[in-house]
Design a binder for this molecule. Structure first.
Ligand code: NAD
Length: 370
């Protein structure tokens, strides 16, 4: 029996189409590399609501808690707009994040040579870009209490959101950032607003303290989050790992994503606490949604999903070589000019979702001599 237990949740819309291409790669790896995965596949999102009455059933949630890694496609669609909020497709995603305590969200922004021209920035600014944003995902202003809107007079209402962080919440996500920096270019840029926010001040103090005690070998810089946003579009290659809170991470990771060109190319990982057996809860998913406008037409770009699978190999199973093999296969396919419609220009032949998946497998065969 394999010790690599994966739960596959394709979801809705293009989630199914892009996940099918990952399953082909998994099959190929099992056949040619004698790696075995123990795979469960279940419904999530609107599809689960239609068949099981909820966007994620308790049974599926239990499987998610038991496996080593969850691979998630995408959920959502206008068909489910009128479903009550707690059963909506997106509620499944929130429950997975909450119940698995996925506190560290990893969003790489990598500009592959073949796609450097697709960026909205000048090519020389982004060519070779490889940064990683580590965003705190389960606390901060999106969850802090009190919150709400109250009426204070006939004509006035008042809205409150509360930004709140504790030492341990800051420390655990900072450890993830420092540990990952050690495997990369060894630099962490911690972004907050310590000049005007108390949470920013605590954030800076906790990060400084942790660095002094456990991570002096890693370069640390503190940067104000607004300056970080400016630097991301002025000179993004100065960064290696950017560590930041939930709110600033939401904005900075989307800014960094756009440096790379297309939504169809962006993977992500969300990590939880280390469990008693030494593994950590983890979920891997593309940044994009279910893309109802192109669902069912084999137009979706499966590379974000495939790159999310590569992240799973790296972070959940410590399979660095296999992860790099998949990433290299993706790069080579692009260097050959093969493109789905979302990343194509007039010089490219446009291929389907399935053809892109097949092209990645062909490259894997070439690269591994199988
Ligand atoms: P979206 O990411 O689904 O699509 C935005 C645009 O990008 C669309 O034009 C789409 O065709 C295109 N696109 C997205 N992924 C692509 C891919 N792999 N290949 C080619 N083109 C791609 O965002 P949206 O349209 O705002 O939302 C659609 C639905 O997805 C909504 O119900 C939303 O709630 C949901 N959503 C889910 C997730 C998730 O599951 N993690 C994330 C974002 C949005």
């Amino acid at each position: 029996m394999s010790n690599k237990k994966i739960l596959i949740l394709p979801g809705d819309g293009i989630g199914n189409e892009v996940m099918s291409e990952v399953l082909k790669i998994i099959n190929w790896m099992e056949k040619t590399k004698s790696i075995s995965f123990d795979i469960s596949e279940r419904l999530v999102g609107g599809t689960a609501y239609d068949k099981e009455g909820d966007s994620i059933s308790d049974e599926t949630m239990q499987v998610a808690l038991d496996v080593d890694a969850v691979l998630f496609g995408a959920v959502g669609g206008s068909r489910w707009d009128n479903v009550e909020r707690e059963k909506r497709p997106e509620a499944a995603l929130l429950r997975l994040r909450k119940d698995l305590d996925l506190f560290a969200n990893l969003r790489p922004a990598v500009v592959l040579d073949a796609l450097a021209e697709a960026s909205s920035l000048k090519t020389h600014l982004v060519k070779g870009l490889d940064i990683l944003i580590v965003r705190e995902l389960t606390s901060g202003v999106y969850f802090g209490q009190p919150r709400g809107i109250s009426k204070i007079s006939e004509t006035e209402s008042k809205a409150i959101d509360t930004q709140v962080y504790s030492t341990s919440e800051i420390k655990r996500v900072s450890k993830v950032a420092f540990d990952l920096a050690k495997l990369r270019s060894n630099k962490v840029s911690s972004a907050e607003k310590s000049n005007v926010m108390e949470t920013g001040l605590l954030w800076r103090n906790v990060v400084t303290d942790l660095h002094e005690k456990e991570y002096t070998s890693v370069d640390l810089e503190h940067i104000l989050a607004d300056n970080c946003a400016m630097q991301l579009v002025r000179n993004p290659k100065q960064f290696d790992v950017i560590l930041t809170d939930n709110l600033f991470g939401d904005l900075l990771s989307d800014t960094a994503a756009m440096l790379t060109g297309s939504l169809g190319m962006l993977p992500s990982a969300s990590l939880g606490p280390v469990k008693e057996n030494g593994t950590r809860a983890a979920m891997y998913e593309p940044v994009h949604g279910s893309a109802p406008d192109i669902a069912g037409q084999s137009k979706a770009n499966p590379l974000a999903m495939i790159l999310s699978f590569a992240m799973m190999l790296k972070y959940s199973f410590n399979m660095q070589e296999d992860s790099q093999l998949v990433e290299k296969a993706v790069q080579n396919v692009l260097l050959k000019g093969l493109r789905t419609a979302d990343i194509a220009d007039s010089a490219n032949k446009i291929i389907s979702t399935k053809e892109m998946g097949d092209a990645v497998i062909e490259e894997l065969k070439i690269l591994s001599g199988n």
